[in-house]
Design a protein around this ligand. Structure first.
Ligand SMILES: [Zn+2]
Length: 406
């Protein structure tokens, strides 16, 4: 039992909107709601008139007539990197190709150089700035990858920075991703790099930073790593206790979705060109397809991921920001939610669930992404007539208040 002194009721809510963990795509809109919390957890959510008697004497938080929702969960970010590539963006608008920029040492190579040069305190400061931006917009938990170090010591500094961010109270899951790209030192020899990552770096990084990373990831794509190379990286990670995630089928179908099912990945991400067989395989294996529509928008591509087909096959789709310096300079959950509805053709209920419950599940977090008993009591309060306003008023920068009862 939670002592009465620590019980809190959030009341005077216009409503509460929450996915239901027991029903894959159902979202409840509870008008005139109340939420009872204790010990940092939701104990009860429902219509205020039905608040159980045991909460009548609890402390009260005034919801100010707003709509309560769970915090957004972002399951795919490249939170930590050094440098700034905004100058490159305008050069591309002026017609300079990515290949030209790369030949000049720009593109991802510029980010890798800047990340390798960054100290751990510098990385922590960058991370806090970005995490504050996410939080201000309602993302209360996110996944964050390494992968701009591409050498052992720089990847190790990224893990150290993530460990420090967590020790400062930021809620994040860390994914180890030294095989994000082929570093220049291994140009022309991806097999040698994959062997180095799988046999040497990943074991060493997990030994140095126990308990920091919970997942591993690899970029399976034409011109980057093959499915066989991806499998070697992920199987090495799994032997170290890391759950696989995969960057898959972003620019063409290379069998990434199929591989995610074969290795039992927690998620397969991007998937604009996932094959029908790959989609069926993900559905059967319970892989969460994680779609990144802001990246499609930022890259000016026309092919959004086939979300409707995935849902029809029984997949529990998630949406994520893919925040990174090259293909998605975006910390904006409402933009992702809106693209989910407007480009992926998800209903509001589907897009909302894909930004709360399903990403939380893909990260193994049953306590996040909903407001049912047992959920984290960190709650967003939106000053809107109805949650649909978050999508309908597509240019509005709604910012939620955040309530965190003890
Ligand atoms: Zn990514």
């Amino acid at each position: 039992m939670v002592p009465m002194a620590t019980l809190t009721v959030i009341t005077n809510l216009k409503g509460a909107v929450t996915p239901d963990p027991a029903r894959p795509w159902a979202v409840d809109f509870i008008e005139d709601a109340a939420i009872a919390a204790g010990g940092g957890k939701v104990l009860w959510t429902g219509p205020r008139a039905e608040l159980p008697a045991r909460f009548q004497d609890a402390g009260v938080v005034d919801g100010q007539g707003r709509w309560a929702s769970p915090g957004f969960v972002d399951p795919h970010t490249h939170l930590l990197f050094g440098g700034d590539r905004s100058h490159e963006f305008n050069r591309r608008l002026h017609g300079v190709t990515y290949a030209q920029l790369a030949a000049e040492g720009g593109g991802i190579r510029e980010t890798v150089r800047a990340t390798r040069a960054a100290t751990v305190p510098e990385l922590v400061a960058l991370g806090e700035e970005r995490l504050r931006a996410y939080r201000r917009k309602g993302v209360l938990h996110l996944e964050a990858k390494t992968g701009y170090g591409l050498e052992l010591e720089a990847e190790s500094r990224l893990l150290e920075a993530y460990a420090r961010l967590r020790s400062r109270g930021w809620s994040l899951d860390v994914t180890l991703m030294p095989a994000h790209d082929l570093p220049q030192e291994f140009a022309g020899d991806p097999d040698r790099y994959v062997a180095e990552v799988a046999d040497s770096w990943q074991p060493e990084l997990v030994r140095r930073h126990p308990g920091v990373a919970s997942h591993c990831d690899v970029f399976v794509e034409k011109g980057v790593f093959t499915p066989a190379q991806g499998r070697a990286v992920l199987e090495s990670g799994r032997r170290l206790g890391l759950k696989p995630r995969i960057h898959a089928d972003e620019f063409c179908s290379t069998g990434g979705a199929e591989l995610s099912a074969e290795v039992g990945a927690a998620s397969a991400d991007h998937l604009m060109f996932a094959s029908d067989a790959g989609i069926r395989a993900m559905a059967q294996a319970g892989v969460v397809p994680t779609l990144l529509p802001a990246t499609t928008l930022f890259l000016g591509m026309k092919d959004y991921a086939p979300a409707r087909k995935m849902i029809a096959e029984g997949c529990r789709v998630a949406l994520a920001s893919d925040f990174n310096p090259g293909s998605c300079a975006c910390i904006d959950p409402l933009l992702v939610l809106r693209l989910g509805c407007l480009q992926l053709r998800l209903t509001f209920e589907e897009a909302f669930t894909a930004m709360t419950l399903h990403p939380a599940r893909s990260l193994g977090r049953a306590d996040l992404g909903h407001l049912h008993p047992g959920a984290s009591a960190r709650v967003l309060l939106w000053d809107v007539k109805h949650p649909l306003d978050l999508v309908y008023w597509m240019g509005e920068a709604f910012l939620p208040a955040i309530v965190e009862p003890a």
